[in-house]
Write a protein that binds this ligand. Structure first.
Ligand SMILES: *Cc1c(COP(=O)(O)O)cnc(C)c1O
Length: 373
């Protein structure tokens, strides 16, 4: 049992760079040799440690990075990352900083185009690299097919920017029931991008795939793929998950054990009432750390000595209480929230969610420890 004593006597998120390398190699093995890989490191590297992940990906040979917002790109530059960085959803108030830090904006509407060109011209830029985004059915961000002529005309009126890539995003690449829809998105992207390329006298690179598309739609590889969740060890199906290794492991420790009698309650609002004699443990992780209240009241569980300990009562801001009536354990023992016996996808299911939400919710209060296993 000594080995199950907590290595770190506190709540820790371990980031395994060896697992990251495995996932990177698995994903690149699915690509044509000439296809580039863009590592998506938005939202603190899907809740892990964006700087550590990005530095490792540079060593592994990543071609590009993507973040959602400008400050995320600035943080990577501050950490010494020199690889090109695409900012997927930049806001005009950050355009000056974006240019100062050599970040590359996605241009997704006429409003954003005009706003960016105004700043690029003001800052005397020539051929500043931008990425034109088209909406092919997700209906989230992007120009429409009818904007091609406008984009071309607007580009010919300025020398401040140059299109480095043209891209789009798939809505349901993980869902094989939506195969027809996805194929339609791929066809439409080909058509729109060819239309724009015909009007330019150079060829930007093209990209449309996220992680699940790498696996399900090799025909949508184009020149580059953007992969996020796969790098962190999760796919969107059990088959994909089997090939990948989770990078993040979330563990904690038993702070205190209580023995409670029938009819005693546990936690705020007394939402758990013991039916019999129960043994329970208090764990120093709560909703402020990313453990949603949705996981309370027996919906989620943690793992102690390989056994499931359901979360009882309401999740508090800084702690949870779990039922350990049938588990031999002591104060100070290790608790796994996300790890070998419980993946982020499995735990996320308990709150009707997906690995993406659970991982990115792990708050900055949780200590990160980078390791190689
Ligand atoms: C987040 C994001 C990705 C990465 O998607 P995964 O499913 O995590 O691989 C790719 N492209 C865009 C536009 C995104 O917003």
């Amino acid at each position: 049992m000594a080995s199950e004593r907590q290595k770190f006597p506190e709540t820790v998120l371990e980031i395994d760079l060896t697992a990251l390398g495995h996932n990177y190699n698995y994903l690149t093995s699915k690509l044509k040799p000439e296809t580039m890989l863009m590592g998506v490191v938005k939202a603190f590297g899907y809740g892990s440690d964006a700087n550590a992940v990005a530095k490792e990906l540079v060593q592994l040979g990543v071609d590009y990075f993507a973040v959602a917002y400008t400050p995320e790109g600035v943080a990577l530059r501050d950490a010494g990352i020199e690889t090109p960085i695409l900012v997927l959803h930049p806001q005009p108030n950050n355009f000056e900083t974006l240019i100062d830090r050599c970040l590359e904006p996605a241009i997704y509407s006429t409003r954003i185009f005009k706003a960016f060109v105004a700043i690029a011209e003001e800052k005397a830029q020539k051929n500043y690299p931008v990425h034109i985004k088209f909406n092919t059915g997700l209906n989230r961000l992007g120009f429409g097919e009818n904007d091609v002529a406008w984009i071309h005309d607007a580009l010919s009126e300025t020398s401040s920017i140059k299109v480095r890539s043209i891209f789009s995003h798939l809505a349901a690449s993980e869902d094989l029931n939506e195969r027809d829809f996805t194929l339609q998105q791929i066809t439409q992207f080909k058509k729109i991008s060819e239309e724009l390329i015909k009007k330019l006298n150079y060829r930007p690179f093209l990209h449309q795939s996220n992680t699940s598309a790498i696996i399900n739609y090799p025909e949508a590889q184009f020149d580059l793929v953007r992969t996020g969740i796969g790098l962190y060890g999760y796919g969107n199906s059990p088959e994909e998950d089997n090939e990948l290794r989770p990078v993040a492991k979330l563990t904690s420790v038993i702070s205190q054990i209580h023995f409670i009698k029938p009819n005693e309650s546990v936690g705020y609002n007394r939402s758990h009432i013991a039916k019999e004699h129960e043994k329970m443990a208090t764990i120093p992780i709560g909703h402020a750390d990313g453990i949603s209240r949705q996981l309370g009241n027996n919906r989620g569980a943690v793992i102690i000595h390989g056994q499931k300990a359901p979360i009882i009562g309401n999740v508090c801001m800084d702690m949870i209480m779990v039922n350990i009536t049938d588990i031999a354990c002591e104060e100070g023992d290790m608790v796994t929230i996300i790890g070998e016996n419980q993946s982020a996808s499995t735990l996320a299911l308990s709150m009707n969610s997906i690995s993406y939400e659970l991982l990115t919710a792990i708050s900055q209060r949780v200590k990160r420890v980078v390791c190689r296993k």
